[in-house]
Design a protein around this ligand. Structure first.
Ligand code: MG
Length: 236
């Protein structure tokens, strides 16, 4: 090795270090660029489950064709719960829903539906605007388990948003379930802050038992609740 080659060695070493730092800060891969949506619209890496046009991503929970009404960019509960044809593990979910503008019933009988993750764990949909019910049964509750931190409900007939991060509980090697979690924003307000999901299926769940993946289910509870703009991002 001549003198010139030796004198360049430190420069080459420093350059290589800088390059590796730029490519992999902290030893982790560079986060992938994602074009965010606007006002709840799906980001570039989302799986769109309902864009207001058709129910092609869904089936009836009895396995048949879905019968929900689709019009004016929304779908409306009608005859049987809906399940996605695709199954999901950990996801970020966005959806918008509206309880009937014409108020009928009270408590659990007013604008009741629900979002069942893996067909098992329900985040409640309910008209909870000036409508009392039990604390862990109102809108944005983890039904039967955990009340929302606040009641961020809009008036019946108005569109409301859920943004939910769900990690499923997992069966452990020792036979015990490793808890999953729910984090929920209702109309942009944090209402469930990393709440544990221990693996017990909710009332009216279609399935039970901890599992890596399962379908998303929207509940038919006999009230004409509307949904629109539904998308998920897979987190695993
Ligand atoms: Mg419900």
């Amino acid at each position: 090795m001549n003198f010139r080659a030796i004198s360049l060695l430190p420069v080459v070493a420093v350059s290589a270090a800088l390059l590796s730092f730029a490519a992999a800060p902290g030893g982790n891969p560079e986060p992938a660029p994602v074009t965010p949506g606007t006002a709840g619209s799906p980001p570039s890496d989302a799986v769109v489950l309902f864009d207001g046009k058709d129910l092609s991503s869904w089936k009836s929970d009895d396995g048949g064709e879905p019968k929900w009404k689709v019009e004016s960019g929304y779908m409306e509960v009608h005859g049987k719960s809906l399940m996605t044809r695709q199954e999901f593990g950990a996801i970020q979910l966005h959806l918008e829903w509206a309880a009937p503008a014409e108020v009928k019933g009270e408590g659990q009988g007013r604008g009741n539906s629900g979002v069942y993750f893996q067909g098992r764990y329900e985040i409640q949909v309910l008209d909870s605007y000036q409508n009392k019910t039990y604390f862990n049964g109102q809108a944005a509750s983890f039904y039967g388990h955990n009340a929302p931190l606040v009641n961020a409900s809009r008036k019946p007939g108005e569109w409301q948003t859920y943004d939910i991060v769900f990690h499923p509980p997992k069966p452990g090697a020792d036979g015990k379930v490793q808890p999953g979690s729910f984090t929920v924003l209702h109309n942009g307000v944090l209402v469930q802050d990393h709440i544990p999901v221990l693996g017990d299926a909710s009332v009216s769940a279609k399935f039970s038992g901890a599992t890596p993946t399962g379908p998303l289910m929207l509940q038919d509870h006999g009230n004409p609740v509307r949904y629109r703009n539904i998308w998920v991002r897979k987190l695993d």
